[in-house]
Ligand binder design. Structure first.
Ligand code: NAI
Length: 699
């Protein structure tokens, strides 16, 4: 049973009971309807209360039912709400803690609502590319007025019950209880008081009026259009809510249903639902049970106060965890500390951080030059120069001073974590924690699982990642881990496109139009083109046969490393970040084509996008096959949170499924025929070829 039924004198209490948030799964929906029937058949009962057990009234749909038959099986939520409305005895919702999505729609269907203070109220469906599909768009405006309701529905944001209860004339809550503890008792007294009143009030019968509805809705449409260009749901939310002021309730419900169904089948909603599930799944590791004991992390050490070390430290300071940061020289230590200060001060200036919070955070930071100060740290993260020799020296020292059981992590982006672990006598305490720059801003954290990294270390780091608000994805050990290993192939394709006739600005524009935050050349200029140069030099030794466009090397030979040198693929004006197309670079590329005997051709934006995105997809398939990533959704999370892949496309692997893997393989076969490209590059990964042949997708 996932709702309990109890009698309390003349009152029947139906308690939603489906932990963790009383999702409205099939069993719960059935139990509510059965409870209503039982109460209506019982002559002793005069009123019914619906409430939620534990930490929520209800968080809405049961996410474990997503994509299954159970989600739509009768009684679906609309039928449950209809049963509530048709109950011959009054139904009072006793709402507390969390009342969201379908949970709120259920409450809106009740005859009365009593709320506990501090309840989080929301209709978050828009965040999944949908709209509230069980009457939310028709009932909420009748209770809160058009403007407030529209705001809640279009934003999907959570609003505290106190704020809503304070709106003059609001009809959402009939009573605000004094506290969560007294809610049940107060709801009971309220239910007895109204038990005999007839007719039973129904939200559907309330009028929905606004003095300038048309003008307001037009204004809302304009706002929404500007703010959500890649997503159809917000505009449809406006259309659905508009129906609440225009016609009869049932016609509005019909409109809501039609729009909901349309949205359900949009690629954007599929992408957002995939992202929602993938984000939750990323924190689960197949062979690490959820009850794996974790090590307690009360203090953190950071080695190196450079670009990454400073940002990494800030994550922990923000979460209230003390950090000791170590450098080799006082000057570097001071510089690192000053950068952290500067970052916080900028936040204070913008009003994003309170002065006292800033001071609290800085007080948690201890700068040091001595390894001795790290002996109490529960976790130590190394972020020194990217040289194996330097890492070796650091990890040997850490091995000597760190307390037993302390986790030793490296932020290396290219080096072998197993080699680093082998510098210590305790490889079982070593893990990779690959942050992205700027580390205090970027959401992604690749957790690199070494050969000997044990389950409890992984579980600890995954839990800690949540605490510092990162999206953690586990990667096996390989060159570049998940993200950078894939981006190398993408960059190679970008180079071939230049060889064949595209300009950096054409490539960037095409992929930015597809939705990427930044094209490969603007990104190169931001990150520093010298990084890729160093990698290519290494590759030339390791894999001498690997084909590259020489344009990027020629650019670096000109000293054009990007924004930091004032010039890269683009020109930059002093102090500005706007990328200005560079005549010099375009001439350099033309000369390069001449030297190679290539006659340039016009390349369509579609081809540019396909070659860049499918290069990610193919390498992603190799990564899955090699077991570097546990699931395709993990790869998508890496690209969505760390590389600016367009959210509405759901990540490279999901997007490939949308295109159809057969079509991806077909395109790859075509690209392989191109003499200026690399036929080996476009050899489909065996996993991709197999799934395409079977008509499947990666998920
Ligand atoms: P950085 O050069 O800005 O900072 C390195 C800092 O380490 C310097 O302040 C230096 O004084 C200090 N340092 C050097 N040797 C040391 C030692 N033996 N003991 C203590 N401190 C020492 O370099 P950055 O960019 O912060 O990179 C650090 C690490 O993070 C590297 O492994 C890099 O591959 C990795 N990484 C860098 C990213 C980036 O975008 N910059 C992104 C992800 C990882």
């Amino acid at each position: 049973m996932s709702a309990d039924y109890q009698k309390d004198g003349q009152i029947a209490v139906i308690t939603l009971n489906n932990p963790p948030v009383n999702g409205l799964g099939l069993a719960t929906r059935r139990a509510v309807v059965e409870g209503l029937n039982q109460a209506n058949a019982d002559a002793d009962i005069t009123a019914i209360i619906i409430t939620g057990a534990g930490k929520a009234f209800s968080g809405g749909a049961d996410i474990t039912e997503f994509g299954t038959e159970r989600a739509t099986q009768e009684p679906h939520l609309l039928s449950v709400i209809r049963a509530v409305e048709l109950s011959g005895k009054p139904v009072v919702a006793a709402i507390h803690s969390v009342c969201m999505g379908g949970g709120l729609e259920l409450a809106l269907g009740c005859h009365y609502r009593v709320v506990a203070p501090g309840t989080a109220v929301a209709l978050p469906e828009v965040k999944l590319g949908l709209l509230p599909g069980a009457g939310g768009t028709q009932r909420l405006p009748r209770l809160l007025g058009l403007e407030t309701a529209l705001n809640i529905i279009v934003s999907g944001e959570t609003v505290q019950s106190e704020m809503l209860a304070a709106i003059p004339g609001q009809k959402l809550f009939d009573l605000v209880a004094a506290s969560a503890e007294s809610l049940r008792e107060e709801a009971g007294a309220f239910a007895l008081k109204i038990a005999a009143q007839r007719p039973l009030p129904l939200v559907r019968d309330l009028p929905c009026k606004h003095p300038q509805a048309e003008a307001y809705l037009q204004f809302a449409r304009n706002m929404v259009k500007g703010m959500s260009k890649n997503f159809p749901a917000p505009a449809k939310c406006v259309d659905a809510v508009a129906a609440s002021v225009k016609g009869k309730f049932d016609a509005g419900m019909q409109t809501e249903r039609e729009l909901f169904t349309q949205l359900m089948f949009t690629p954007e909603s599929r992408a957002l639902r995939h992202l929602f599930m993938a984000e939750r799944a990323a924190s689960k590791i197949a062979d690490v049970p959820s009850d794996t004991p974790v090590r307690e992390i009360r203090s953190v050490g950071v080695i190196g106060a450079g670009t990454m070390g400073g940002g990494i430290a800030m994550n922990f300071l923000n979460a209230g965890i003390p950090v000791t940061i170590l450098e080799t020289k006082q000057e570097a230590l001071d510089r690192g500390q000053a950068t952290i200060r500067k970052n916080y001060e900028a936040q204070v200036k913008k009003g994003k951080l309170k002065q006292e919070k800033y001071e609290e955070r800085m007080a948690l930071l201890t700068p040091t030059l001595s390894y001795d100060d790290l002996k109490h740290a529960d976790l130590i993260i190394e972020a020194v120069f990217e040289e194996l020799g330097v890492k070796e020296a650091v990890f040997k020292q850490l091995d000597a001073v760190a307390k037993p059981g302390a986790i030793l992590a490296s932020n290396t982006s290219t080096l072998d974590v197993d080699k680093i672990a082998a510098f210590t006598q305790r490889p079982q305490d070593v893990v990779g924690m690959h942050f992205f720059s700027p580390a205090n801003v970027m959401k992604l954290l690749e957790v690199v699982r070494g050969k000997q990294t044990p389950k409890d270390v992984l579980a600890t780091v995954m839990k800690l990642a949540k605490k510092i608000k990162k999206t953690a994805v586990v990667s096996g050990v390989c060159d570049g881990f998940i993200g950078n290993r894939m981006i190398e192939q993408y960059s190679r394709q970008a180079g071939f496109l230049l060889d064949e006739g595209a300009t950096p600005q054409q490539v960037d524009k095409a992929i930015e139009k597809f939705g990427f935050a930044m094209g490969p050349f603007r990104m190169g200029d931001l990150a520093g083109n010298d990084i890729g140069w160093a990698i290519r030099k290494r590759r030339a030794v390791e894999q001498p046969g690997m084909k590259y466009s020489a344009t990027a090397d020629k650019l670096c030979e000109l000293g054009r490393y990007g924004q930091k040198t004032g010039a890269g693929w683009y020109d930059y004006e002093a102090g500005k970040r706007d990328a200005i197309p560079s005549e010099l670079v375009n001439k350099m590329i033309e000369q390069h084509r001449k030297d190679q005997g290539i006659t340039p051709r016009k390349i369509s934006d579609e081809e540019i996008v396909q070659r860049l995105v499918f290069s990610l997809v193919n390498e992603g398939a190799h990564i899955l096959e090699d077991g570097i990533a546990g699931k395709s959704g993990d790869i998508d999370m890496v690209y969505l949170t760390g590389y600016g892949f367009p959210i509405h496309r759901g990540g490279p692997m999901h997007y490939a499924g949308e295109v159809g893997l057969v079509n991806v393989v077909q395109a790859m076969n075509r690209f392989a025929q191109n003499p200026h490209d690399d036929a080996a590059f476009w050899q489909p990964a065996p996993l991709l070829a197999r799934l395409a042949a079977e008509g499947k997708s990666f998920s």
